[in-house]
Design a protein around this ligand. Structure first.
Ligand SMILES: Nc1ncnc2c1ncn2[C@@H]1O[C@H](COP(=O)(O)OP(=O)(O)OC[C@H]2O[C@@H]([n+]3cccc(C(=O)O)c3)[C@H](O)[C@@H]2O)[C@@H](O)[C@H]1O
Ligand SMILES: Nc1ncnc2c1ncn2[C@@H]1O[C@H](COP(=O)(O)OP(=O)(O)OP(=O)(O)O)[C@@H](O)[C@H]1O
Ligand SMILES: NC(=O)CC[C@H](N)C(=O)O
Length: 578
């Protein structure tokens, strides 16, 4: 049997567009002599459809879209597509997350997802009822073990579960199948390609059954899907591997399976991981701009400080959209270094983007004069510093409003973790490009950008200067933060691995007092992150919908002797110098 792997990029809610994409690949599959075309999980709606699934009219439209796909398919081609299907019984959640086998105008067979991920960014049990039974789909004489995404992920590393009670892979194999077929919508995170590779390999080897895996590609809001569709032999050798971060189409023949191919871009080396992060961010920006509204965003807008974060954000935007669709604005204040303008200008020239200078001094002076009577007798401090960041925010949002540009925010994960950003200042904007990229990784992405270009795109001075908010004379980030390699190691433990300060101090060897101070900053700045622009997720634990912590909390505990101990307080107002 010839099987087409259709790694398409659906847009959430775009039923007409998604149907068109499915039919285009179905026609291609038929032309290539395929018997079956496999598409990703929920490809008719795009993943994740979230609460669109609560709208009856949307579900009616999905049914119509599926019928249309079936009707318009090339004759005798079978397609496996993912769509939500109503649960007609009166018990349980109202929908199933289903893989539909369509051919010749009809629904031939269907099977639904059993393991519904409900952790991190996934919320499937909110909508779907788990499928209680396993079945084999027969097509063109082959017994197919069709299942949906998480159904193949019954491994102990899946937070926050131990093993699921059911194991669809083992259960399908026990029914006697010729081939596993997985329809996925599995977002990228550092480490994911290698994890998938090994998981599929384990299933193949354990059961002696080959595996066809088809994943969605493209970005939908914060999630970036890398694709990574593949075929593995019964021995767990890779026979086909789709390119990451782009649409792909390929036909694989079960009767002529071919030789093992090179395992490319697994992300086992640091440079590979950095390159993957870079590609994920580029795709994330491109698809956000392309898929939001009615193509409202002709251009992206970035405040250029001469620093590393705005430079990397800008270079990614230029790659995603083309340099003619990116606008950089430098906005010097009284405390800006001369490099803030010249390095920004050099970056703009290197990228070939539109570039303007708007001095914020008149605005800052005006605010100071306006507030002088009220602030009389007080010491200068964060309030005055933040007026600068906010004057820049107002300026950028004015430009955004006037020309309809999308303002990109530049804060990285390290800064967003500890609240090192100004609300309604540099946090103004619609999409946070780097908010899941630690500062130490931002430097690696900058080097990667220059390496790929084979020239200096990000100016060397931008990479080597000490990071500074430039909100007061001589300020550098390290006045109030530990060096970024130290900070990032602590943040990985606290944010990504959920470790206690004590465990982090033990593991890293850093002083407990330092680790506790950072942990406290992370906790206290939850309110800021809740108001932040959505960010592109590239790690297993990003700020955003996959990390839900209370804003209002007091962390206390009782020691063994029954005494109350304050662990971390969360007073009503706290800046970064907690
Ligand atoms: N729990 C809570 N719930 C709701 N609101 C809360 C709150 N705690 C404080 N607030 C409010 O938040 C305000 C404080 O937040 P905010 O006004 O942003 O100000 P804040 O966090 O105090 O200051 C911003 C800090 O970020 C640094 N910064 C700024 C800009 C760029 C960079 C950089 O290098 O990238 C660094 C800057 O040096 C400064 O230390 C308080 O005045 C209060 O109104
Ligand atoms: N002089 C400036 N001109 C234009 N934009 C600025 C300027 N200063 C700050 N910004 C904007 O505010 C963001 C936060 O800047 P800041 O310099 O305070 O911190 P940062 O996190 O070190 O960022 P960067 O590495 O980009 O400098 C910048 O990324 C930039 O978008
Ligand atoms: N859509 C899904 O079921 C995704 C969950 C899965 N573990 C993944 O990320 O690959």
């Amino acid at each position: 049997m010839r099987i087409a792997l259709c790694q398409i990029n659906p847009t959430v809610g775009d039923l007409a567009g998604n149907v068109e994409r499915i039919l285009a690949d179905a026609r291609r599959a038929a032309e290539a002599g395929a018997d079956l075309a496999v598409f990703p999980e929920l490809c008719v709606t795009g993943y994740p459809p979230q609460d669109l699934l609560d709208r009856p009219a949307f579900l009616d439209d999905v049914d119509t879209a599926v019928q249309h796909v079936a009707r318009e398919l090339p004759a005798s081609l079978g397609v496996l597509v993912g769509a939500p299907v109503r649960n007609e019984t009166p018990v349980g959640k109202r929908l199933f997350n289903t893989a539909l086998l369509l051919a010749d105008g009809d629904l031939v067979d269907a099977t639904s997802k059993t393991l519904l991920p409900t952790y991190d960014v996934f919320d499937e049990y909110r909508y779907f009822e788990p499928c209680p039974e396993r079945k084999v789909m027969e097509w063109r004489g082959l017994r197919l073990g069709v299942h949906v995404c998480e159904d193949m992920w019954n491994n102990e590393d899946q937070a926050p579960y131990h093993l699921y009670a059911s194991n669809p892979i083992d259960e399908l194999a026990a029914l006697g199948i010729d081939l596993f077929v997985n329809l996925s919508a599995s977002p990228y995170a550092v480490g994911k390609p290698i994890e998938r590779r090994l998981l599929i390999q384990e299933s193949c080897r354990e059961h002696g059954v080959p595996f066809v895996y088809v994943n969605q590609v493209g970005a939908n809001t914060e999630l970036v899907f890398d694709g990574d569709s593949q075929v593995q032999s019964a021995e767990g050798e890779v026979l086909y591997h789709a390119p990451l971060f782009e649409e792909a189409f390929s036909v694989w023949d079960t009767d002529a399976p071919g030789e093992p191919v090179e395992s490319a871009r697994l992300g086992t080396e640091v440079e590979e991981v950095t390159a993957q992060i870079h590609d994920a961010l580029v795709l994330g920006v491109r698809d956000y701009v392309r898929k939001t509204g009615d193509g409202v965003f002709e251009k992206a807008l970035i405040g250029l400080s001469g620093g590393i974060d705005s430079a990397v954000t800008c270079a990614i935007a230029a790659e995603a959209l083309g340099p003619d669709r990116v606008v950089g604005i430098t906005m010097p204040s009284a405390y800006s270094s001369s490099g803030s303008v010249s390095d920004s200008q050099a970056l703009a020239e290197n990228l070939g983007i539109e570039f303007h200078e708007v001095a914020i001094r008149p605005a800052v002076d005006a605010f100071e004069a306006m507030l002088a009577p009220l602030f009389e007798g007080t010491e200068e401090g964060v309030a005055e510093e933040n007026v600068q960041a906010r004057s820049r925010g107002v300026t950028l949002m004015a430009i955004s409003n006037k020309f309809g540009h999308l303002l990109l925010t530049t804060g990285n994960k390290s800064e967003m973790a500890v609240g090192y950003a100004t609300l309604y200042g540099d946090m103004s904007g619609g999409l946070a490009v780097l908010s899941d990229v630690l500062k130490t990784e931002v430097y690696r992405v900058a080097e990667d950008i220059n390496r790929r270009a084979g020239r200096e795109v990000i100016p060397r001075a931008t990479i080597t200067k000490p990071p500074s908010a430039e909100l007061r004379p001589g300020q550098v980030d390290q006045d109030s933060l530990p060096p970024y390699d130290v900070l990032d190691a602590i943040l990985v433990g606290y944010v990504e691995e959920h470790l206690s300060p004590e465990a982090i101090a033990r593991e890293t060897g850093y002083e407990l007092a330092l680790v506790e101070r950072i942990a406290k900053m992370v906790d206290r700045n939850e309110y800021k992150r809740r108001q932040a622009a959505p960010g592109l997720r590239v790690t297993g634990k990003a700020f955003g919908s996959g990390r839900r912590l209370p804003i209002v909390m007091q962390r206390t505990r009782v020691d063994a002797a029954g005494h109350e101990e304050t662990v971390e307080g969360a007073p009503a107002a706290a800046g970064v110098d907690a």
